[in-house]
Structures are given as C-alpha cells and as structure tokens.
Design a protein around this ligand. Structure first.
Ligand code: UD1
Length: 430
C-alpha cells in the first residue's frame, strides 16, 4: 500500500512547472494508430494513465521510443489488427478512444467497455451515435463494444450530440479522420484538449476545422503522415496548484500554462480573495488574507470544470461564510466530501449540490483518494491542515499528476510517498 504523508500548515512559495495535458495525451496516443509514419510527441505527461496506454499500444505491436521523460516517438505502422488487452483497457476510461482509432485504422474495433474514475453512470451512447453516423454498425455484448465499418468503408456523416461530451467529440473526430467525405459534429464539446487533438491530427495531415467551437468539421483524408507535435499544458493540473496556493496560502509562479484556459478558475479564485496575475505563459497566485465564500456551478468549457470541483471545495471549506457547489456534469461526484468532513470541514451534500460552511482550520487524519481529482483535493486539504494527514489509495492521484511529490516539495511542502505493507499482507504475515 502506498500513501502520502503530509505535514500541513506550511505556505507554498516558489515556482512550479505544469506538465502536458493528460486528457489530450490519452486521446492523442490512441490516435497514433491512424498514422502511417512516426509521430514525435513532446510534452507527454509521465503519469500512469499514459504508461497504461503505451503498454496497450506496445502489446498491439507499436514501436515506442522514449527520447526523454516527456518526449516519445511512436510508430504504429506495423501494428497488427489485434484486440487491445481487455484487462488493461478496463483500467482506464480513455481506452474508449481505441474504438475510434481501431475503427478508423482497420474498419472494425472490439474493445472492452472502459473503466476509470467512478462518478456514477458514464454511458458511451453518444460515441456510438457518432460512429453510427459515419456508417459503422455498433453492438455491445459481454462487456465489449464492437464496431464495424461497411465494406465500402466509413463515410462522412452529421451527428448532433444530445449531451456535450468531451469523449464523444474526440472519439468521433478520431473515427472520422480517414472516412470518405465530410463529418460534421454539432453540439461538440470545446475543451482545450479537443483543440489539441485537432491540432495533432492536422499536423499529421488531417483536415479538421472548427475545434473549439460547437461545430467541428472533419474532411476525410486518405492517409495521415508522421510528424512532430507538442501537447498543451494541463489545465486541471495548473488549476490544482492554483487552488492549493489559495487554500494553503503563499506565493507561487505556475509556469507552462495557457492563461486563457484558466480564465474561469482564475476568476473564481480572485472572487474568493486570491491575487492572480497572468503572464504570457505563466500565472502567479498569491494568498495572504482570508478567503471569501463563493458559489460554483460546473459546466462544459469555458465554464468551471467538473475536474476542479473537489479542489475548489477545499478552498471553500476554509473560506468565511457559506459556499455552494452545483455539480451539473456527473450524478455522483461528492464522495470525497465525507473525507473532508473527517478533517473538520462542514459540508452537506444533497444529490448534486454541496453546501459548504467555511471552518477556520482543517485537521490532519487518515483519508483516502476516492478518485483522481478527489485525491488531489485530499492532498490540498492535508497541506492546509494542522498536524499530519495520511492519504491512502494514491494510485488514483498518480494516474494524472506527474511528479506531484517533488513539485510540492519544491514549493516548500512537507509531503512524502511511503510504501507500507498492504493490510492483506499484514494479515498474511500475522
Ligand atoms: C472527460 C474527461 C474527464 C472530465 C469530463 C468532463 C477524459 C479521459 N476524461 O470524461 O476527466 O471529467 O470529460 O469534462 O478526457 N455522457 C453521456 N453519453 C456519452 C458520453 C457522455 O450521457 O456517450 C454524459 C456523461 O455521463 C456526463 C457528460 O455527458 O454526464 C459529460 O461526459 P464527457 O464529457 O463525455 O466525459 P468523459 O469523456 O467521460
């Protein structure tokens, strides 16, 4: 069992550099299956979700060379027409991009239904609607998604998404890139990683336009060629460090960010009393005085991201007055509130609404990370709390945060990663 041990109460000061965007990387890596050449990809985050996808591609026959911790060369030219390992696929939500990628490359895909963080039902009906719009026959059976193109191949189509879905928007883009004719995705999601995927595909010869608006046009091309691409900085990692400074106090320069992507988070932290200064590719966050209450409603981009909801809840737990969070993307994403309450927070959850009464101090105790972003929130809470906080199930956190320990230590935090015998092996030894 691996844990983080945090001795809280020390303000954060210094400079931290943000890694490449996880949610862009986990779509771009499967999309390399479509490329008839070598892709050199820079700013790839060194996180376990990426390791898992690389292992899946490796087992399928991809040639992968790591040129530096964050630069990869991937050639899928000799990838076999084979299934992705279902045990690996089930461990990561983003493996759903393998459906679009295999369908586009081989004309058929059979991929285990994806796993990932559990925020309640996470259907993929909109992905399927998109694949059907470009001519695929899609069935679900025995925990697998099977998609098959007609004999004449996939053809461009028009799909109007019933819900704004990041995953469906990107998956349909991936599936449509090599189709005959033009695909139009309406009511598309607009997150920065959607634009990043489009830019990656275009760098390899695709013709995708409109990414970042709610209508995306994919003009099918015959093939994609190799090339170089650098992934954008991670909006949510940057936002997590911003929230950490706001909650804990201090003065931190957060480098390698695109400040425009942070607008909604910067505005909320300013409203709560933090000082946020934007530079060309960096943001400075300072917080010395008390935090003020605020309300947040999670929304698709450019609204407040659901992936920043647990982190801002920690800030609200330490703000004066009563704050309200309304979660509008997922049915259940407040599981972590019980953990924060064990640290002294005062949060009442009513289905999709959390009412947070600010307290003066959080107190260290043993908590667990119930998912990736909830885990990040536990770390922030531990840094702000008095005493010692032990965060368990940190594997979730390491799915999405590169070098979180050394980055926080660089800001003056006291945080250690320790391996302890698992409870099971303690019993076994006993
Ligand atoms: C992605 C991100 C996740 C983030 C989320 C919202 C990845 C790997 N994960 O998840 O970190 O929290 O976007 O920004 O990029 N929906 C349907 N049918 C579908 C697809 C989605 O009803 O076919 C619903 C979902 O249940 C949810 C909403 O649409 O209520 C948004 O989900 P979506 O944007 O697709 O999220 P993910 O791609 O799963």
């Amino acid at each position: 069992m691996t844990q983080y041990i945090i001795r809280g109460g020390k303000p954060l000061n210094g400079t931290v550099t943000i890694s490449g965007a996880k949610n862009a990387a986990v779509a771009i890596l499967p999309a390399t299956l479509l490329v008839n050449g070598t892709c050199r990809i820079e700013n790839v985050p060194d996180i376990s979700d990426v390791h898992l996808l690389l292992e899946i591609l490796d087992r399928m026959g991809a040639e992968i060379r790591r040129l530096s911790p964050n630069t990869l060369e991937i050639s899928c030219v000799h990838v076999r027409d084979s299934e992705a390992s279902d045990t690996l696929v089930r461990r990561i939500r983003a493996s759903y991009y393998l459906i679009g990628a295999q369908l586009g490359r081989f004309g058929h895909a059979r991929v285990a239904l994806p796993g990932g963080c559990n925020f309640g039902a996470r259907p993929i009906d909109q992905h399927i609607k998109g694949f059907e719009a470009i001519g695929a026959d899609v069935t679900l059976s025995n925990g697998f998604v099977c998609a098959t193109a007609p004999e004449e191949g996939l053809t461009g189509g028009r799909v109007n998404l019933d819900v704004v879905s990041v995953g469906a928007t990107m998956n349909i883009m991936i599936g449509a890139v090599l189709a005959n004719g033009t695909t139009i995705i309406e009511n598309a999601a607009k997150e920065p990683h959607i634009v990043d995927l489009a830019n990656f595909l275009n760098a390899m010869g695709a013709k995708v336009s409109g990414a970042g608006t709610d209508t995306i046009k994919v003009r099918g091309v015959r093939s994609l060629h190799g090339g170089s691409y650098s992934i954008i900085p991670d909006q949510i990692e940057a936002g997590t460090y911003m929230a950490a400074v706001a909650a804990v106090g201090g003065n931190v320069l957060i480098q390698n960010v695109i400040p425009k992507h942070m607008d909604c988070i910067s505005a909320k932290l300013r409203e709560m009393g933090a000082k946020v200064t934007e530079y060309d590719d960096a943001i400075r966050v300072q917080r010395t005085g008390i935090l003020r209450r605020a309300n947040v409603k999670t929304l698709p981009y450019p609204g407040f991201p659901t992936d920043m909801q647990p982190q801002i809840a920690v800030c609200m737990s330490l703000a004066s007055g009563v704050s309200v969070i309304t979660e509008s993307i997922y049915d259940t994403r407040f599981g972590y509130c019980a953990e924060l309450n064990r640290m002294g927070a005062a949060i009442k959850v009513e289905t999709k609404v959390a009412v947070i009464t600010g307290v003066e101090q959080l107190h260290g105790c043993t908590v667990h990370a119930c998912d990736l972003r909830a885990g990040a929130a536990m770390v922030i809470a531990g840094l702000a709390a008095d005493g010692t906080t032990v965060v368990e199930e940190i594997e979730y956190i390491e799915r999405g945060y590169e070098n979180i320990i050394s980055k926080l230590e660089g800001l003056g935090a006291s945080i250690k990663r320790v391996e302890t015998p698992s409870r099971r092996s303690v019993h076994a030894a006993g």
